[in-house]
Structures are given as structure tokens and as C-alpha cells.
Design a protein around this ligand. Structure first.
Ligand SMILES: [Zn+2]
Ligand SMILES: [Zn+2]
Length: 174
């Protein structure tokens, strides 16, 4: 979904599109797949050198849990706005409002690639550490079993090493 900059006027261009079965960054651990997302957008001109994009996306994505490394589905539902400006000086003075995910970008080229903007925003909104469930137990560092599926047979040594000597001493006495 690309829109020519020259065609954007004060009266908003509104529309929607879907992104389906799209794999993102599949070669890295923070890769994810967009299963099905609906994107709504509104694009309008503020001035000769400024354009505004307001967008909302919702749907489901599939990503890999950073704790247990299993894939899981997550619902996404997010609104954002993006100010495009041809004036580099404006990039520095930009103060985003608190109530919304807003950013500013330098306007370059003759088209605005809406899909790319949405994909970039989605990527930024996935937390570095994301888990399949709040209480994900992860994988056993010894045998690699997914502990959400049950305990493994590994014996976990929970004795504080500082008590080790005392323990040995007491054992000797017996
Ligand atoms: Zn997990
Ligand atoms: Zn284990």
C-alpha cells in the first residue's frame, strides 16, 4: 500500500488494508509472523512540507517466547501517528504527546509506503522480553525440557555455596 506524496491533500485520504501470513525477521530470534491484521489509516496534509499519518491496526501475530522458545499467538491492537516533515530541523524539536504513540520522520521520496510504516511500528511495539504466558517457567538449563509441560528429573542444587563447608563439617561429625 503506497500513496503518492503529491496526491495527499488537506482532505484526509482514508482506507484500510490487511496484512496476512507475513514473516518478519525470520532469521533472528525476535522474528514474528503476522497471521492476520487489519490496518486502518488516515493520511492528510498539514502544510507544504508536512504530512500526517494516523493509523490503527488490530489482529493476531505469532511470535517466539523469549523464555521457553515456543511459538505462541498474541492479539495486537494499537494506534499510532506519524508526522512526515521535509524540514530536518523539525525532527529535533518534536515533542510527542503522552497519550499516543507518535513519532516524526523525514519526508523523503515521492511515495509513502503505508505497509512498511505499519510493519516498523509493529516491530517496535514487541517488547524485548515477551512471554507466552505471565508465569512461563522457561526451559531447564541442564536438560532443555520445557518446564511448562512438567518438571524434569534434574536435581537442582539449592544449597548456598557458603554453607557447603559447614555441611561437610557436620556430615563428618556424624
Ligand atoms: Zn514461554
Ligand atoms: Zn532438566
Amino acid at each position: 500500500m503506497r500513496i503518492e506524496v503529491a496526491k495527499i491533500e488537506q482532505r484526509p485520504i482514508k482506507g484500510d488494508f490487511r496484512i496476512r501470513d507475513r514473516e518478519m525477521d525470520s532469521d533472528s530470534t525476535d522474528g514474528f509472523t503476522i497471521k492476520d491484521c487489519r490496518v486502518e489509516y488516515e493520511l492528510y496534509r498539514i502544510s507544504e512540507s508536512e504530512l500526517m499519518l494516523k493509523s490503527h491496526y488490530s489482529g493476531s501475530i505469532n511470535l517466539v517466547c523469549t523464555t521457553c522458545l515456543e511459538a505462541y499467538d498474541e492479539e495486537v491492537n494499537h494506534s499510532f501517528s506519524l508526522l512526515f516533515t521535509a524540514d530536518p530541523a523539525e525532527l529535533e524539536g518534536f515533542v510527542p504527546p503522552d497519550d499516543m504513540d507518535s513519532d516524526v520522520q523525514l519526508l523523503t521520496g515521492d511515495v509513502i509506503d503505508l505497509e512498511r510504516q505499519v510493519l516498523d511500528t509493529m516491530r517496535l511495539n514487541i517488547p524485548m522480553a515477551h512471554q507466552c504466558r505471565e508465569s512461563c517457567r522457561g526451559i531447564c538449563p541442564t536438560c532443555g525440557k520445557n518446564l511448562n509441560e512438567g518438571d524434569c528429573d534434574c536435581v537442582v542444587d539449592t544449597v548456598d555455596p557458603r554453607w557447603k563447608d559447614l555441611e561437610l563439617f557436620l556430615n563428618k561429625k556424624e
